[in-house]
Write a protein that binds this ligand. Structure first.
Ligand code: COA
Length: 177
């Protein structure tokens, strides 16, 4: 099965959440039971990439997804050279709260496509409402290596996870014409 061309906002009437399995229970549970509720509550946005073929029940399987939400960090967690240019109050950032690819599609470039789509989404938001960086809390070492590959740097430990960041200036370099 292949994936569609465009990402769409998660819609539980169209997208089959239950069949999504990325191999990480925490991320599966989030998509199965929490992502839509969080959207309804107005605390995060989840975008999905549907497969091109419908399931017998009339919904599309989900090939990958990402969730984003506003957040903030303390300037002291950043390297000194960056921190000294920032205010002493919490610094606004964008949290890439979740990103995962269905196991069936691992190793086919979809993680990269999904990450670039998430960064482009945040870059567009940043044109209207500024955030200093994109941050991500890595679930495991594999995730950390994945984000390092795309320029993310280690920021600090947060809730037992490695928190990484990529400045919006760097993100803008990817997309500015
Ligand atoms: C991590 C994940 C998103 C990668 O998705 P994927 O579709 O398999 O990745 P891609 O095929 O796009 O790979 C892109 C690049 O990242 C590398 N990569 C992928 N997974 C990696 C990992 N676990 N460790 C190190 N590098 C990795 C690939 O080798 C590839 O590099 P290349 O372009 O030089 O060949 C996917 O494995 C996943 O959903 N894992 C479970 C959920 C998870 O851990 N999410 C992160 C939460 S913080």
């Amino acid at each position: 099965m292949n994936w569609q061309k465009e990402f769409a906002e998660l819609d539980k009437t169209t997208h089959d959440r239950a069949s999504f399995d990325c191999g990480e229970q925490e991320l599966n549970t989030f998509l199965h039971t929490q992502a839509a509720k969080h959207m309804e509550a107005g605390v995060s946005t989840t975008m999905v990439l549907p497969a091109s073929q419908l399931l017998p029940g009339g919904k599309y399987p989900i090939c990958s997804f990402y969730s984003i939400t506003p957040s903030s960090i303390q300037r002291e967690t950043l390297p000194e050279g960056l921190a000294k240019k920032l205010p002493h109050y919490p610094v606004p950032v964008f949290l890439l709260a979740r990103l995962a690819v269905h196991s069936e599609y691992h190793g086919r470039g979809l993680g990269k496509i999904t990450l670039i789509r998430a960064l482009k989404h945040l870059w567009k938001i940043n044109a209207h409402l500024r955030g200093y960086a994109v941050i991500v809390d890595c679930l495991n070492d594999g995730a950390k290596d994945f984000y390092i590959k795309y320029g993310f740097k280690e920021l600090c430990e947060y809730n037992g996870r490695v928190r990484m960041y990529l400045t919006m200036k760097t993100v803008a370099q990817l997309f500015n014409e």
